[in-house]
Design a protein around this ligand. Structure first.
Ligand code: HEC
Length: 189
């Protein structure tokens, strides 16, 4: 037994202990924690750090701004049917639009656009018109009272255009279980 490992007098139910110094690494961590605590206290309580409620308010404001910008970017661009006709013919748009459609639209329009809660998007009949600008308008503004969501604050202009391209490509695909036509016939020229 070394000088260090001298047992203390007391004895608790047969348990005895040494009176050794704590290891240096342990003490260092202890002191560092204490020093950190002092700095942290000063940092958080004396105006150096933004208080949490202000941080939350600022982040909510930034989010609102961001949402407004997205809404503007997808809503403000004036487009013509001629422009959209070029866009809907682009294969990369259609494949991107398919991903969006499956993720966001299929729940109501069916995985192949055959219609469920929402109308069939593969036939020639359209409640709100079958021109590209008309379809795009419905996607952007929705028909809230009928259960069609307005997507302009939730999707970028690019995503809306891609979804449009995909819907355009579905025409005449006649998937099984297609919902009965709704609206007026629109013949593509
Ligand atoms: C919560 C269900 C729901 C979701 C999700 C949904 N829709 Fe709809 N959608 C509807 C309903 C219901 C209608 C019919 C509105 C009416 O009767 O006027 C509709 C109508 C439409 C129309 C017009 C069809 C016509 O005949 O004029 C288009 C285009 C359309 N949706 C595209 C989309 C796209 C694109 C998405 C995804 C980005 C989407 N919808 C997501 C429910 C939905």
């Amino acid at each position: 037994m070394t000088e260090e490992d001298k047992l203390l007098e007391h004895d608790y139910d047969g348990i005895q202990e040494y009176d050794n110094d704590l290891p240096r690494w342990w003490r260092n961590i202890f002191w560092l924690t204490g020093i950190f605590g002092v700095f942290y206290l000063v940092w958080t309580h004396f105006g150096f750090k933004e208080p949490q409620h202000q941080q939350l308010a600022r982040e909510i404001q930034e989010l609102e701004q961001h949402k407004a910008e997205i809404a503007k970017s997808s809503g403000s661009v004036e487009v013509t049917d001629e422009q959209l006709m070029k866009l809907v013919a682009m294969p990369e748009r259609i494949s991107k639009g398919k991903e969006i459609f499956v993720a966001k639209c299929a729940a109501c329009h069916g995985i192949n656009g055959e219609g469920l809660v929402g109308p069939n998007l593969t036939d020639d009949f359209w409640i709100h018109g079958g021109k590209p600008t008309q379809i795009r308008k419905v996607i952007m503004e929705g028909v809230p009272e009928k259960g069609m969501i307005s997507w302009q604050a939730l999707m970028t202009a690019d995503e809306i255009n891609s979804a449009l391209a995909y819907i355009w490509s579905l025409n005449g695909t006649s998937p099984p279980n297609g919902k009965a036509p709704e609206g007026d016939e629109f013949k593509r020229s």
